[in-house]
Design a protein around this ligand. Structure first.
Ligand SMILES: *[C@@H]1O[C@H](CO)[C@@H](O)[C@H](O)[C@H]1NC(C)=O
Length: 239
């Protein structure tokens, strides 16, 4: 049984037809329902990384440093690890080939941790600290519009080349944001700041989380770009 299962998985993963991305179910470009389910089915194969296609793991996604300075507040995050991208679910995938536009709606759970350094004010309260932080939410929605053009490689295969993108995001479920070791671990001084964060999470994360979200989208689109350059269009779509 085990051997059979292994053989079956190997068959699925390597493909019977020598395809570069055998885990993709090709759809006609106008079939949004097929594109949506095909994209969701591909996530578990692409998120852990596809070394053969030069795509590194995206779960966790590592970000060295990001700055969330806002007015009176200086906030830096370092060595972020972002978990959850392999559990993203596509809600809509639509292609408008005449406009070379790929429209994506997806929802992801996210958990990120790393270290932070804060000085100045959070909203109106003076706050400072340095230590570990965590951000967690069950669901963030992303809407991404990707522009592409069709190019032909040396072998004569057509590919999509991503040329730009726009995105929006929506904090669907509550976001928990924890800064450990505020005021050098002084719990009495930290409490009003943590209460404020808990109370005003939406406003805060919309401002503070923006650079993190920007990096996540940039990285994710970068992977899709590599993927499209590596995989011929004929494997992605029934043209
Ligand atoms: C971040 O979370 C991961 C997974 O839960 C854990 O293994 C790691 O130790 C955490 N890192 C920090 C700095 O808290």
């Amino acid at each position: 049984m085990k051997t059979f299962l292994f053989a079956f998985l190997t068959f699925l993963l390597t493909g019977a037809n020598g395809a570069v991305a055998p885990f993709i179910k090709p759809c006609t470009l106008t079939d949004s329902k097929c594109l949506t389910s095909s994209a969701t089915a591909a996530v578990p194969f692409i998120a852990p990384g596809v070394p053969a296609l030069g795509i590194p793991s995206s779960d966790p996604l590592h970000i060295k440093k990001t700055n969330s300075d806002q007015g009176d507040m200086k906030l830096t995050f370092n060595d972020l690890n972002i978990y959850g991208l392999s559990q993203c679910v596509f809600k809509t995938v639509e292609i408008d080939d005449a406009k070379s536009n790929l429209h994506i709606d997806l929802e992801c759970p996210l958990y990120a941790n790393g270290t932070y350094k804060l000085g100045g004010k959070i909203l109106i309260i003076p706050a400072e600290g340095e230590g570990n932080f965590e951000i967690k939410t069950d669901k963030v929605g992303f809407t991404i519009d990707v522009k592409y053009k069709t190019i032909t490689d040396d072998k004569g295969d057509k590919h999509w080349k991503i040329t730009g993108y726009d995105y929006k995001y929506d904090l669907i479920n509550k976001v928990y944001f924890m800064l450990h070791n505020l005021f050098g671990g002084d719990a009495t001084r930290a409490k009003p700041v943590l209460d404020l964060i808990d109370h005003s999470w939406k406003e805060l994360i919309t401002e503070l989380g923006a650079p993190i979200i920007k990096d996540i989208v940039k990285d994710a689109v970068g992977r899709v770009k590599k993927f499209f350059l590596a995989v011929p269009l004929s494997e992605l779509a029934q043209l």
